[in-house]
Design a protein around this ligand. Structure first.
Ligand SMILES: Cc1cc2nc3c(=O)[nH]c(=O)nc-3n(C[C@H](O)[C@H](O)[C@H](O)COP(=O)(O)OP(=O)(O)OC[C@H]3O[C@@H](n4cnc5c(N)ncnc54)[C@H](O)[C@@H]3O)c2cc1C
Length: 379
């Protein structure tokens, strides 16, 4: 289902092989260790950079490979297909580097992108606050202009790569009185005085990904750290978000396919009541239903990817892909875990990790309910 699709050319399929090999050799053997530690070591980021897995679309002028959007999709599909997506290069590449690419000045790109491509700098995006997630307009973090600097005060939570991050795009109010028309995106580098990381948050899944609270106590950054235009941050986020949601839908598809594939292999091996679990009609019908859903979802994903390649993907189309594929992923891991029986509940089994990892997909990056709101607005 993943290979041989018309949207991809031979170069993408070759790239897929090298990406799959990278994850198999450098991520999968160590994932249990990283889950224990609650973080993916920086060294792995640098290896991923050297292998061309970080920010593949960045222009060679800024140290990148100058790949196209499809290279990004291949990485996201393969990341999902590892059955663990908690090596969170997706946030780094698909959100943080993408914002810098889309909104940054030439000087900002020169300063940050080469190190993001190599994995020397790890990116995070800080939107969510303890009291404001879905309702981004309700954020309270402010960035007051003082001469040639912004002074940032506030706190963020649930920030992916929060512990590892060297470059954090902070969403802050530069003109609080203007509501959503007074929001800006400002880059804070990890060693800036007044910036502090809170504790690493313990999560039910995605355990090799570090998630943290971040605190900004009168953090001063030069005005050159403004990304895009002052007070247009909300609009800029909304402009970039369909692509981000498509990438979440893409990882979810890879993960759904992986859950399905390992379960087909498992039921063929497992014997119950003297025959293979695959021989029971319940198993066949369950897997047939799941295969039908997967097939349709891949077709829709390809349609969305093709539209994004032409820069025609709309917000509601991306919301449909994000809603459908993340809900599919959660149904898939649930049904597949059931077919594993008690073994599926054992932490050592990949389907068990896939089950707990999947749950966040229906929440982060815009919850399923927010996706439905966006879709409903088109009715
Ligand atoms: C593991 C993880 C990683 C994350 N990484 C990041 C990150 O890197 N950067 C970042 O900024 N954020 C991150 N987040 C935050 C994430 O984007 C938010 O959790 C998400 O947007 C939901 O916000 P919330 O948690 O405040 O829930 P709330 O907004 O409080 O929502 C609670 C419930 O209410 C529902 N709801 C909200 N509004 C409506 C409505 N209008 N109509 C109907 N129902 C509604 C929601 O769907 C949800 O079911 C992460 C979260 C997690 C769990």
């Amino acid at each position: 289902m993943m290979e041989g699709r018309p949207i991809y050319k031979e170069e993408h399929e070759l790239f897929r092989q090298s990406v799959r090999r990278f994850f198999a050799d450098n991520v999968m053997p160590y994932i249990a260790e990283w889950e224990e530690e609650g973080i993916t070591p920086r060294e792995v980021w640098r290896k991923a950079g050297a292998a061309g897995l970080l920010c593949p679309t960045v222009s060679p002028d800024y140290g990148g490979a100058g790949g196209d959007f499809l290279h990004l999709c291949v990485i996201d599909e393969e990341l999902g297909y590892t059955g663990q997506a908690s090596f969170t290069i997706q946030t780094h590449t698909d959100i943080v580097a993408a914002y810098v690419e889309a909104l940054g000045t030439a000087a900002q790109k020169r300063r940050w992108l080469p190190k993001m491509v190599s994995g020397e700098m790890i990116g995070a995006v800080a939107m969510t606050e303890p009291h404001a997630g879905s309702d981004l307009k309700a954020i309270r973090t402010t960035a007051r202009r003082d001469g040639d600097e912004y002074v940032i005060s506030g706190s963020k939570t649930f920030i992916t790569n929060g512990i590892n991050a060297d470059l954090i795009i902070v969403v802050a109010k530069t003109a609080p009185e203007l509501g959503s028309k007074g929001v800006s995106l400002i880059v804070v580098e990890g060693d800036t005085p007044g910036f502090r990381r809170g504790k690493r948050l313990k999560k039910m899944g995605m355990k090799a990904s570090d998630t943290a609270e971040l605190f900004f106590d009168e953090v001063r950054v030069p005005v050159e750290n403004l990304l895009g235009q002052e007070n247009l941050g909300f609009r800029q986020v909304m402009h970039e978000i369909p692509k981000e949601r498509l990438s979440i839908a893409t990882v979810a598809m890879g993960a759904s396919q992986k859950a399905f594939d390992i379960t087909v292999a498992y039921v063929k091996e497992r014997k119950v009541f003297g025959k293979s679990l695959m021989e029971f009609q319940n198993t066949q019908f369950k897997l047939a239903e799941l295969k039908a859903q997967l097939t349709v979802a891949w077709a829709h994903l390809d349609q969305c990817i093709a539209r994004q390649v032409e820069h025609r993907l709309t917000g509601d189309e991306a919301a449909i892909a994000k809603l459908f594929n993340t809900e599919l992923q959660c149904r898939m891991v649930d049904e597949c875990l059931q077919l594993h029986g008690g073994w599926g509940y054992m932490a050592e089994m990949p389907i068990s990790r896939m089950y707990t990892d999947a749950r966040v997909r229906r929440i982060a990056g815009g919850s399923s309910e927010i996706m439905k709101m966006l879709i409903a607005r088109t009715l």
